[in-house]
Write a protein that binds this ligand. Structure first.
Ligand code: FDA
Ligand code: NAD
Length: 434
């Protein structure tokens, strides 16, 4: 097989890969200069759809409806777009070997790709229960969710086990979004997680109490403080029961597991500096190896606002880091420099008719404001995080676009807080003044 050679190669055709391609096109790229190599069979798409509208029973989202960059209000890049731009989209191709010194990538099928500049955008893989040797965890109808193929398998199972029982293992993003969507599909849903409340990495006990209450009101059973330690199966190999550490046993037709992700850095181990589980970069997403950049979930980058290195596993950063890296590449070709990445962390989630946004850093003391009673007809509440007398983070459930903008500004500006009691009373009105 003849080697293929490109000026720029992006390995990974997910969110960051797609947004990087758009930025290359904006900045100017000649036909044949850029290739995206992706393990997935489809052009880059907005991954968040997979745990939300893709799984709806009525009018589900389907490709080509959610190719990048529709998730941020941009143009939808269909496979034809890449052709028109002269960008080679090399799909269903997994890179299994990378030699950064030789500027070469090799695929599972044995093809060799050469590059002058590489952008690593391989994202994350899921942590599996089989990784911990959980007994029976390889049974049929135990699902994970990362790529569109995973979502397609889950959709088939949802149809096949109509109105059945679902057990969701994990109380993070996947746990909360999948429990809701399985309920919408009329499943009898139980959620299991080890912590005292859901999403403990971000939520306070007060925030979590609202979502847990809301989910319980929808009929979802929540089982906290324990983990799945084994599964029993039917004679056909399909999952039958989930055995919990506390001795309880739950019947299940479908199990969905969301116990975290792992950045896909293995290809580059020992060849590039790593930090905090990711590939270490500077504020332009340059790694320790010349001409190699890393963006999205795999990058551990300087978070200027907090003066520390962080890795962020969310879509807003994957888009913005991809754009920053391409701008930096193009500027350096012209002997210019651009501003360093100055990111304000932004996370969000949606489930049922709920929708929250969070900006900044969840450090220090918290002040809850508004109505977080899950029984209220129209609950609306938020939380500020205060450190060293300043607001570092802000969370809002049910905000309008303007209100979300206002809390983002608060997290960016970090206004001082003289009186937390007054802040509690003012709530959103405080943000509106900033
Ligand atoms: P991403 O995972 O998007 O893409 C990586 C690509 O690289 C994949 O196509 C993969 O196949 C490919 N690849 C990996 N190794 C390869 C190899 N060796 N050879 C070739 N190709 C390779 N965030 C958020 O802020 N809000 C949200 O609502 C959601 N919702 C959500 C739902 C679900 C189901 C998931 C899994 C994730 C989210 N996220 C999210 C997180 C968000 O989607 C995530 O942070 C970004 O997709 C990261 O973008 P990347 O491009 O880094 O990885
Ligand atoms: P996560 O880190 O959000 O949550 C993992 C959860 O797993 C923990 O909170 C804990 O409750 C649970 N857990 C850990 N070990 C367990 C065990 N043995 N048994 C039961 N529970 C256990 O990870 P995730 O929800 O799996 O999400 C995977 C990735 O997808 C992350 O990168 C996440 O950011 C991304 N994602 C993001 C969104 C969003 O931003 N709205 C939505 C979906 C997925």
């Amino acid at each position: 097989m003849a080697d293929k050679s490109f000026k720029y190669v992006i390995v990974g055709g997910g969110v960051a890969g797609g947004y990087a391609a758009r930025e290359f096109a904006k900045q100017g790229v000649k036909p044949g200069e850029l290739a995206i190599i992706s393990k997935e069979a489809v052009a880059p798409y907005e991954r968040p759809a997979l745990s939300k509208a893709y799984l709806f029973p009525e009018s589900p989202a389907r490709l080509p409806g959610f190719h990048v960059c529709v998730g941020s209000g941009g143009e939808r890049l269909l496979p034809e777009w890449y052709k028109e731009q002269g960008i080679e989209l090399i799909l269903s191709t997994e890179i299994t070997k990378a030699d950064l010194a030789a500027k070469t990538l090799i695929s599972a099928a044995g093809e060799t790709f050469k590059y002058q500049i590489l952008i690593i955008a391989t994202g994350s893989s899921v942590i599996k229960l089989t990784d911990f040797g959980v007994q029976g965890a390889d049974a049929k109808n135990i699902f994970y969710l990362r790529e569109i193929d995973d979502a397609d398998k889950l959709v088939e199972a949802i149809k096949g086990k109509k109105n059945g029982k679902a057990v969701i293992v994990g109380g993070g993003y996947i746990g909360l979004e999948l429990s809701a969507v399985m309920k919408i599909n009329n499943y009898d849903v139980s959620m299991v997680y080890p912590e005292p409340w859901c999403m403990p990495r971000l939520f306070t006990a007060d925030i979590a109490a609202f979502y847990e209450g809301h989910y319980q009101n929808k009929g979802i059973k929540i089982i906290k403080g324990t983990v799945a330690v084994g599964f029993t199966t039917h004679p056909n190999g399909e999952v039958k029961e989930v055995k919990l550490k506390d001795g309880r046993v739950l019947e299940a037709d479908i199990v969905v597991v969301g116990v975290g992700g792992r950045p896909l850095t293995t290809l580059f181990k020992g060849q590039v500096a790593e930090e905090k589980g990711g590939i270490k970069t500077d504020g332009y997403f340059k790694t320790s190896v010349p001409d190699v950049y890393a963006v999205g979930d795999v990058a551990t980058f300087p978070l200027k606002l907090y003066n520390e290195l962080r890795r962020v596993e969310h879509v807003d950063h994957s888009r913005k880091s991809a754009e920053q890296s391409v701008k930096a590449i193009k500027a350096s070709e012209e002997g210019k420099t651009i501003e360093e990445y100055d990111y304000l962390p932004f996370f969000y989630s949606r489930s049922f008719d709920l929708s929250w946004q969070f900006y900044g850093d969840n450090v220090g003391d918290t002040v809850l404001f508004g109505d977080n009673n899950p029984a209220s007809p129209k609950p609306k509440f938020g939380t500020y995080w205060i450190k060293d007398g300043k607001i570092f983070g802000a969370f809002l459930e049910g905000g309008t676009p303007e209100e979300n903008k206002a809390i983002a500004k608060v997290a960016r500006v970090q206004p001082p807080v003289a009186n937390p009691d007054l802040l509690k009373q003012e709530g959103l009105a405080f943000a509106a003044k900033i």
